[in-house]
Design a protein around this ligand. Structure first.
Ligand SMILES: C[S@@+](CC[C@H](N)C(=O)[O-])C[C@H]1O[C@@H](n2cnc3c(N)ncnc32)[C@H](O)[C@@H]1O
Length: 303
């Protein structure tokens, strides 16, 4: 797939009209792999646009905000450094990498018609928050991800997972997707770390893709709240500085964010700025969709 997706875009404006799983590139029909976890801001649909800016010389993917791993899964670079500050997420990937059969069986045991009820969900959510057994916590995380509201991952101030029950007809057990991800993990290094520590490791030969929590799409009421979030203006500006520094060390860096005056100012020093029109699902039942303007900025070191 990489051969189809690589190559520089001829235009600076992509309009993405993709189905969930596939994309036509020239005469080739490329099937996109789906991650086994649902994740807010998952980037499966942006893979063709991201793949188009990956240089043929890149030998390692560095993803400081890996989330569900949709990008790593589909770019197919020889090795990857995958990182995130979500400790549960990284623990799940470690378990899937090291004990695939046992882990998939443990997760599968949690999926049944009886287990798809609010009562079982809340009991397991309580168990997840109380257990000190890492293997049990990892399998419960996969259950909660598929049975919780909209695949959200949210914790309260005490660190307790607090997403409500999702009320899906029959949650899908992603066995095939877990096996595919296990294969990917064999050539990955996993890191539970902040983006600053991860980007500091990027240099020549690396393609870095950053998919941070986005700045608010518009300067409305949520802007004040945004300044107080764990990923506020200070983090956005540190991230822009880290991208620039990684480029100075020879890495090629791509980054997604909303298309706002703030992000355009932060990334004014980037070498390319691609505008993307992305279809968004705004309710968990797929009926409500909207389009959002995003930027894909690229830093390329001087040849
Ligand atoms: C938009 S999601 C990434 C989605 C991913 N590209 C995908 O396709 O699923 C942003 C991710 O950044 C992580 N994150 C938030 N703050 C972070 C930080 N300071 N350093 C590293 N990761 C962070 C979150 O846990 C989340 O997984």
């Amino acid at each position: 797939m990489q051969a189809f997706l690589r190559g520089h875009p001829t235009t600076h404006f992509f309009c993405l009209r993709l189905t969930d799983r596939s994309h036509d590139v020239g005469s080739a029909h490329v099937e996109l792999q789906r991650p086994f976890l649902k994740w807010a801001g998952g980037k499966t649909k942006l893979v063709p646009a991201i793949g188009a800016v990956v240089p043929l010389t890149a030998t390692r993917l560095v993803e400081p905000f890996v989330g569900s791993g949709a990008v790593a899964l589909n770019l197919g670079l020889p090795t990857s450094l995958l990182a995130d500050t979500n400790a549960d997420l990284i623990a799940v990937y470690q378990r899937l990498r090291d004990a695939p059969e046992a882990f998939i069986a443990e997760c599968h045991d949690l999926f049944s018609a009886e287990a798809n009820s609010a009562a079982v969900y809340y009991q397991r959510r309580e168990e997840f928050n109380a257990t000190t057994d890492p293997a049990r916590r990892a399998s419960l995380f996969v259950y909660l991800n598929r049975h919780g509201y909209n695949g959200l991952c949210r914790y309260n101030a005490r660190g307790g997972f607090n997403v409500p029950f999702g009320r899906y007809a029959a949650p899908y057990f992603p066995r095939a997707e877990m096996l595919t991800f296990h294969v990917l993990l064999q050539r990955c290094t996993l890191l539970h770390a902040d983006f600053r520590a991860v980007l500091a490791q990027a240099g020549a030969g690396d393609f870095v893709y950053c998919d941070p929590p986005y700045v608010p799409a518009s300067a409305t009421a949520n802007f004040t709240a945004y300044a107080r979030t764990a990923f506020g203006p200070q983090e956005q500006s540190d991230l822009a500085a880290c991208c620039h520094a990684a480029r100075q060390r020879g890495a090629i860096v791509a980054l997604s964010n909303h298309d706002t005056p703030e992000t355009r100012a932060l990334y004014a020093g980037a070498d390319e700025c691609h505008e993307l029109l992305v279809r968004r699902q705004i309710s968990c039942h797929g009926a409500n969709r909207t389009q959002a303007r995003e930027l894909l900025v690229v830093y390329r070191p001087a040849a």
